[in-house]
Design a protein around this ligand. Structure first.
Ligand code: ATP
Ligand code: MG
Length: 364
């Protein structure tokens, strides 16, 4: 059996607490004979600042580069709020994404049956919801130049951000979306604003061509991003895979997250390009942050982190069956009534992070 090299970067706040639960599931995978891992743990974010004076050391980056996949907890917290912009905990994560070329961010929004009533929408609108937002992660307006704030002659200021996309950047994210759709329901919706943005015109043009040339078996729909926001709230189950740029993906994936009930439930994957050996760099992390308000208290929900391991098995190692088993165990654990505080109804009893991890391993 192949042994996979996993780098664990627990990070800050609740990161180490939820990572401890993932390690239990990693242990189970080995005992069940489904996969064996060589794991190594290292520092990132505020924890790395405290020890090394930098949120991502070169040594950690080298380990990340050599690993088959990376699992990350969360970075940041009030303790490091005052540090230099370039040295803040989040800069470590940005460098990791950028240096490893993780251009495709996959954010599933799954509504577990037992949690439909916790959604921002009526339960019938979200029961069975299972959509996948594919967000371009290394281009667009967050990175384009010029990017500046200048002071004008009258003392007022002018700020500029620039959205840039190239054919190649759009092609590779489009391929990711179509390939994913083929393993799901075979539908892709591409969101942009070609009515007011040149990058939107190019986006639509390139996605249309890639579809025609390589993926005509998939159903493709173009949707304006503002309409997409409305449709996500009005009738979210009409979508399967959604593909969009960095900015729209940032905003629309947060909307999708709220449809599912809790931030503590949602995993994510960030993938790089497929290389000559057929492998790709990949980082898996919960959608939620370090949650400083509940860190150290032992009641964080570990499901987003455990779901991130399931995505890792599916997308990095081709272990879809093992991933399905973990996701099914989460579903059964929730159906049995187990709730951490964030997903418990007001007044109902809640269990700890460790108890939720144990309950999922028991179901496994
Ligand atoms: P970031 O800037 O890192 O995204 P944030 O401030 O946007 O962080 P989170 O750290 O994700 O947000 O926390 C938002 C809220 O959700 C907090 O009240 C936090 O306690 C809660 N929360 C986040 N993750 C979890 C979790 N795994 N379990 C329980 N509650 C959580
Ligand atoms: Mg946030």
């Amino acid at each position: 059996m192949t042994t996979y090299k996993l780098l664990l970067l627990p990070g800050d706040g609740i990161g180490p607490e939820v990572m401890a639960e993932v390690e239990k599931v990693v242990g189970w995978l080995g005992k069940a004979g489904l996969a064996t891992f060589e794991t190594e743990t290292d520092l990132v974010g505020g924890a790395a600042i405290d020890t090394h004076g930098t949120p991502l050391s070169d040594a950690t980056l080298a380990k990340a580069d050599a690993a088959d996949a990376i699992l990350l907890g969360a970075v940041g917290g009030p303790k490091w709020a005052g540090v230099d912009y370039e040295l803040r905990p989040e800069a470590g994560l940005l460098r990791l994404r950028k240096d490893l070329g993780l251009f495709a961010n996959l954010r599933p929004a799954i509504c577990y049956p037992a949690l439909a009533e916790a959604s921002a929408l009526k339960p019938e609108l979200v029961e069975g919801l299972d959509i996948m937002i594919v967000r371009e992660l290394t281009g667009g307006v967050y990175f384009g130049e010029p990017k500046a704030i200048t002071t004008l002659e009258d003392g007022s200021k002018r700020a500029v951000d620039t959205q840039v996309y190239t054919t190649a950047e759009i092609e590779r994210i489009a391929h990711v979306a179509f390939d994913l759709a083929r393993k799901r329901s075979g539908r892709v919706a591409s969101a942009e604003k070609n009515n007011v943005m040149k990058t939107g015109v190019l986006w639509k043009e390139v996605v249309t061509r890639i579809h025609r040339e390589h993926h005509s078996d998939i159903a493709l729909e173009h949707v304006l991003a503002d309409n997409c926001a409305m449709q996500l709230v009005r009738r979210p189950k009409q979508f399967d895979v959604l593909v969009m740029d960095n900015l729209f993906g940032d905003v629309l994936s947060d909307i999708a997250a709220m449809l599912t009930g809790s931030l503590g439930m949602l995993p994510s994957a960030s993938l790089g390009a497929v290389d000559a050996k057929g492998t790709r760099k990949a980082l898996y992390e919960p959608v939620h942050g370090s949650a400083p308000d509940i860190a150290g208290k032992g009641f964080a929900n570990p499901i987003a982190m455990i779901g991130s391991l399931a995505m890792c098995l599916r997308y990095s190692f081709g272990l879809g069956d093992a991933a399905d088993r973990i996701e099914a165990a989460i579903t059964r654990t929730l159906a049995s009534g187990a709730r951490t505080r964030d997903i418990a109804k007001a007044g109902d009893a809640a269990i700890s992070t460790a108890e939720m991890g144990d309950a999922i391993v028991r179901e496994l």
